[in-house]
Write a protein that binds this ligand. Structure first.
Ligand code: FES
Length: 166
């Protein structure tokens, strides 16, 4: 039994039940692997391949095709700031710059504590709610740095609480 099967047995079972066969669940399972490893790591690829009864190279080629899967290590929180034109007109570029500066990272970089990776992305389909970002695929809208600092503290606290529990 691999790491994903051990830690996410219920989720894997629920996911597999939604698809006609194991192979069809590969993309949904890649999300779980990405959540566990922080990116679609070789271990994650192997775990998913085992669950789906697929060759790891097939799983890797699927992960490599779609932009929502990261093929390099990320922080625990993947902060994707939309800096596309409509959002840029509402201050998204400055927000993106200030966020990177606050966390001490360059574009695509991860904070020293391994918590946060910041990237800019194209339209997230919420243009009227800028500045906004997606954190692990959830949107956070109408942001400014004050609200952002509260969120960052909250996410850090959640992780610390999990660590202290285990
Ligand atoms: S341009 Fe930023 S969400 Fe559409």
């Amino acid at each position: 039994m691999n790491t994903l099967q051990e830690k996410y047995a219920d989720r894997i079972e629920t996911t597999l039940a939604k698809y006609p066969d194991k192979r069809s669940a590969v993309m949904a399972l890649l999300y779980i692997a990405q959540e566990e490893y922080g990116w679609v790591s070789p271990e994650g690829i192997q775990d998913v391949a085992e669950v789906c009864d697929m060759d790891p190279t097939q799983v890797k080629s699927i992960a490599g095709f779609y932009t929502m899967y990261s093929e390099r290590p990320k922080g625990r929180f993947w902060l994707q700031v939309c800096t596309d034109l409509p959002c840029a007109l509402k201050g998204a570029e400055k927000f993106h710059h200030d966020l990177k500066e606050y966390l001490g990272v360059d574009e695509g970089g991860t904070s020293e504590d391994g918590m946060f990776t910041v990237e800019h992305v194209m339209c997230l389909a919420a243009c009227d709610k800028a500045p906004l970002l997606q954190c692990n695929f959830h949107n956070y809208e109408h942001l400014d740095m004050e609200k952002m600092k509260v969120l960052l503290d909250q996410w850090r606290a959640e992780v610390n609480a999990q660590v202290n529990k285990s």
